[in-house]
Ligand binder design. Structure first.
Ligand SMILES: Cc1ncc(COP(=O)(O)O)c(C=O)c1O
Length: 379
């Protein structure tokens, strides 16, 4: 079995740990254990400190599942806890890996979407999220790709890396299509509910859909490594539970306790991410307007990252390397099969973001490829 190199995480691991401004990651502002605990009452805080480090339950702690169920307005039995949305993706692809099966995925997309099924020998089919089309999802295109062997269709809204969103009506239409054909519709919603325009609803309202979510992105607590699935179908839930007992048995139980506090105080946690993302996106608006000769972009509709491109069409990796040398980390678009692009996260640096943009602006102005294009233009 071949698992292709995870270019994005190789890049992040090389630079992320001692860079001055991390604009490569797509999370929100950081939280400490202390700050999360301070959202709880004294009794809960003591419970956390005296918690015995035993195995948790494979489906997840009861209290955490109840808190998540309340957010989605479903019953707690529909909630399966996972070790991050990453484990949910592994479980889903593992269970879809039948001879001759195919899965339908977005391109560009979060790299494991395709790397996992490819490694398992599942055929991958891609629908495009094209800049010429504002990165929007064409539901008709997805439907044309499906056939009798399609096991799973994956959508990701808000989308990584573009920040594009699908409307409720588009998701409803796709759900109708997949339900009629017995295809599993998976909605990766790790950036929900952070929006910068039209807000959309979670797919957990749709009876045949499977939702993947986590505490890493909108909640900005990636270190607790906790994610979840919402699944209305009991048979499917039993298969996830079984797979999980093999893959990781249960979560980090201390992380689950922090996750439950964060979920119960989600107005504060999500509020901080939304506020930071909204403010910093305004700075990014001005920045992009000031550099439109060199950089193109489509303003994200949700999430905490944008996917700009070099208008020269050149590969953006040397540009990202030059930025890293200046202390600014961007993620090269070739990690997402889109080499002229780069991913720019605008919420993880919090109030430092304008300073990062000032410095990045100097690099953009001096970018050599752009100079040579200008120099070669007829006078
Ligand atoms: C769209 C998407 N899904 C899933 C994940 C996995 O996240 P985690 O395992 O931290 O929950 C990520 C992480 O970047 C992501 O961007």
């Amino acid at each position: 079995m071949q698992l292709k190199p995870f270019l994005l995480d190789m890049w992040l691991d090389e630079y992320e740990h001692d860079i001055e401004f991390n604009l490569a990651s797509s999370e929100g502002p950081r939280w400490t254990v202390n700050a999360v605990l301070s959202l709880a009452g004294e009794e809960e805080r003591q419970r956390f400190l005296n918690h015995e480090l035993v195995y948790g339950r494979p489906a997840g702690a009861d209290g955490l599942r109840e808190a998540i169920a309340e957010m989605h307005d479903v019953s707690a039995e529909c909630v399966q806890i996972m070790t991050g949305a990453s484990e949910a993706l592994v479980v889903l692809m593992w269970l879809a890996a039948e001879p001759g099966a195919n899965v339908i995925l977005p391109r560009p997309g979060y790299p494991p979407f395709s790397a996992l099924p490819e490694s398992l020998g599942i055929e991958t089919r891609f629908y495009g999220m094209r800049k010429e089309n504002n990165f929007s999802v064409d539901v008709e295109e997805i439907m044309r790709l499906a056939d009798a062997r399609t096991k799973l269709i994956l959508v990701n809204s808000p989308h990584n890396p573009t920040g594009a969103t699908m409307s409720d009506a588009e998701l409803d239409r796709l759900h109708e299509f997949t339900s009629a054909r017995g295809i599993q519709l998976v909605s990766d919603e790790v950036y929900h509910p952070i929006y910068h325009g039209r807000e959309t609803k979670s797919a957990s309202r749709l009876p045949q859909a499977t939702v993947i979510h986590d505490f890493s992105k909108a909640f900005s607590l990636p270190g607790i490594r906790t994610g979840w699935m919402i699944e209305h179908d009991r048979k499917r839930r039993e298969r996830y539970w079984n797979a999980r007992t093999y893959f990781s048995i249960s979560n980090n139980s201390a992380g689950e306790m922090l996750a439950e506090i964060a979920m119960r105080k989600r107005d504060v946690i999500l509020g901080k991410t939304q506020e930071t993302a909204t403010q910093n996106l305004q700075h990014l608006d001005r920045f992009m307007a000031g550099h439109r000769e060199t950089l193109g972009w489509i303003r994200p509709q949700g999430g905490m990252a944008a996917f700009p491109w070099l208008v020269s069409g050149e590969n953006a990796r040397p540009f990202c390397q030059a930025a890293a040398e200046q202390g600014i980390l961007l993620a090269p678009g070739d990690c997402f099969d889109a080499p002229s692009h780069f991913r720019l996260g605008f919420a993880a640096t919090g109030p430092e973001f304008p300073r990062a943009l000032d410095r990045l602006g100097k690099l953009v102005k001096s970018w050599p490829a752009q100079e040579s294009i200008t120099a070669s233009k007829p006078q």
